[in-house]
Design a protein around this ligand. Structure first.
Ligand SMILES: [Zn+2]
Length: 146
């Protein structure tokens, strides 16, 4: 698959790249306690893809989500805008981002930013950030305070 603008404009091609990156990350997840592995992959405003997986800890609250890992990777590489993010879980239930991760995504996304939720068979459904985190608190809230 090439990275020509035509390919990047094709939603299916974007989904395929994000899915593959999320699956690779999920396969490396550290989830010995829940045994629920999650992978996330996002595309930033430069077209680069960043991925992350859940990393659990024996001290349970210290564990981190896949989305947090992908966002940290993006920021470390200089990215500041999420154009799309895909979350891949296991099992039959929709693995949507947890509440904290919806807020983490919010920091770097727009209301219309797509959030794709995937399972073993591929992308199951897509939401926008606004659908998953309506009337949200973000950087503009602080800006408006002067
Ligand atoms: Zn989370």
């Amino acid at each position: 698959m090439s990275d020509t603008p035509a390919d990047l404009a094709e939603p299916a091609a974007q989904d395929t790249e994000l899915y593959a990156a999320a699956r690779s990350a999920r396969d490396r997840a550290h989830a010995p306690y829940s045994r629920f592995r999650v992978g996330a992959a996002l595309r930033d405003d430069t077209g680069a893809i960043h991925s992350g997986c859940n990393v659990e800890n024996a001290a349970y609250p210290v564990g981190t989500c896949a989305e947090a890992g992908a966002i940290a990777a993006m920021v470390a590489q200089g990215g500041r805008r999420i154009e799309a993010i895909l979350v891949l879980g296991e099992g039959s239930a929709l693995c949507t981002p947890c509440g904290a991760c919806r807020q983490r995504i919010r920091e770097f996304a727009r209301p219309e930013t797509p959030i794709l939720v995937a399972g073993a068979e591929g992308v199951r459904t897509r939401f926008t950030l606004e659908q998953l985190l309506p009337a949200s608190f973000g950087p503009e809230t602080l800006d408006a305070a002067g």
